[in-house]
Write a protein that binds this ligand. Sequence first.
Ligand code: HEM
Length: 397
Amino acid sequence: MGTRKIVVLAGYEAVKDALVNYAEEFGGRGKTRIFQNMDKDFGLIHSRGENWKVMRRFTLTTLRDFGMGKSSIEEKIIEECSYLIKRFESLKGKPFNNTMMVNAAVANIIVSVLLGHRMDYEDPQFERLMTLTNENIRLLGSRMVGIYNIFPFLGFLPGNHKTVVKNVEEIFEFVRNTFIKHLKNLDENDQRSFIDAFLVRQKEVNEDGSPHSFFHNENLTRLVRNLFVAGMETTSTTLRWGMLLMMKYPEIQEKVQQEISKVVGLAQLTYSHRVQMPYTNAVIHEIQRFADIVPLNVPHETTRDVTFRGYFIPKETYIIPLLSSVLRDKTQFEKPDEFYPNHFLDSRGNFIKKDAFMPFSAGRRACAGENLAKMELFIFLCRFAAEVHFLFSSWSQ
Ligand code: HEM
């Protein structure tokens, strides 16, 4: 059995150097056995080489195209946020656990992009998809999955690693049934969803007779699941951190509310308002920095031998570019362990960008949903602050 080398990169300078200046060399994807079983080399998150390049380009262009025009992603976010706020209000200020509700709202935005329509929160199929996804996120951190990743020959034993793969199969089955339906009603001139856009590319390539197309069903099922999983847990966890921090710091919350009423007033809040709202923008950046929700990043892998900062690192080394060490780097942030929105403001209150703000990682492999996530965070958090006062009012009492 061959041993596998692992390299951990820590601190802003080293992480940025590897991910940005040595993007090609450090741009592979490190995979544990369980992910290899689920995605093989297909989809986006766990693929490599030419397959990854084609899937990434397609994903970014399609998300960008759906970002514009009628029924844009922004409208979907605004619509879903209204559903969520109605649900909060229906509880009339009684205490409740918001986890599943926020999860469902965020999941529905990505569902709406993928399928072209939202699903009812009570739809049993929607509930099942969320249950399977949440269960897998939990099981992936379990002891048995960890053991299986190190000693795959123990895979014959019963345990969580088997449940994870079974759950993923059920999600694939749902995706397959869905795209078969989409294929029946496909109108090339009226593409309503990410799946439609993929199927149109599939048809074009098939008509060209190209034998080596990447637009096959294996890639479609993985890509849809990748986007659903990557887009749900991350954004909803950040939103819940945002609520918590707003409750803990009512004086910061109040300043956000004042800026919203000054800039937006009674108009419909849109993403473009953020340029006039430096304080709110700084608070949201600080929420992401402080929450640090993907501390270890997603593992990378070297695509070739490289000498990096005097160290020789062979091809196919498993790389962990620690985002936590960047977001809390003392040389980049004045008060790294405090919640301090001034990290992103100059002395005159203007918003300032920081290169070390890397919650989405950096370089060619950085989060493919960054723009979507930023839009979701801005619209949801501003509307919570402006409309859902009871949520934020009671921490300090
Ligand atoms: C606050 C929300 C989010 C955070 C903090 C976040 C963070 C990350 C991070 C750290 C990575 C790994 C980057 C790397 O390997 O260097 C990643 C990858 C990825 N994210 Fe996100 N993400 C968020 C939301 C989303 C959303 C909404 C989507 C869906 C559209 C998404 C889709 C992806 C995909 C597809 C990848 C893999 C990219 C690749 O391998 O080329 N993420 N994300």
